[in-house]
Design a protein around this ligand. Structure first.
Ligand code: AMP
Length: 168
């Protein structure tokens, strides 16, 4: 069975409950064998719109589902957890993204794996480095740990230096 990496996020209502509830549902449905999950952490929303922070996590599992069936299944779980259509990067009770599907590289109208934004999203890189540091991105061929280190270094270099001169 292919090893899959799934990203999960929520920024409406009780974010922890939505995420933990969905993981219980996924485990009970038996379509994905959950193997490891990251901590849940808060991250700023993407897209610069004013909205609540996202609580995010990542989990590793195994599934007999083919990629599009897995996408359908995750969309169904999102709907069961009150996900309603909004705008791109809009608020949501539950977001489930396929980050990796084994070593597959797919560019289909409804599904891209690895996820298009994996290399740009802090939460995905940081939490993937936590749960599967040695797993390699099938396109760029670097491990999740290497990718996260690079991202964190760039972020550090781009952040403004601490100013010693603030008035007291
Ligand atoms: P989202 O707003 O994250 O729920 O995703 C919007 C759409 O992106 C979905 O309806 C999918 O058809 C599409 N999509 C493309 N690649 C992926 C992926 N790797 N995981 C989840 N959704 C994807």
């Amino acid at each position: 069975m292919p090893e899959i990496l799934i990203g999960v996020g929520s920024n409406i209502g009780d974010r922890t409950e939505w995420i933990k509830g969905s993981l219980h549902r996924i485990r009970d449905d038996g379509k994905i064998q959950l193997w490891r999950n990251s901590h849940l952490r808060l991250y700023p929303p993407l897209g610069g719109m004013k909205q609540r922070e996202f609580l995010n996590g990542v989990f590793v599992g195994y599934t007999p589902l083919m990629p599009l069936s897995l996408l359908e299944y995750l969309k169904k779980v999102e709907r069961q957890f009150c996900r309603r259509p909004t705008y791109k990067w809009g608020p949501r009770t539950l977001d489930l993204d396929i980050l990796f599907y084994g070593k597959s590289v797919l560019t289909l109208p409804r599904l891209c794996v690895p996820h298009r934004s994996f290399l740009k999203r802090e939460f995905a890189l940081e939490l993937a480095a936590e749960v599967c540091p040695r797993l390699k991105h099938p396109v760029v061929g670097r491990t999740c740990q290497e990718l996260w280190r690079e991202f964190a270094e760039k972020k550090h270099h781009n952040s403004p230096p601490a100013s010693p001169g603030w008035p007291r």
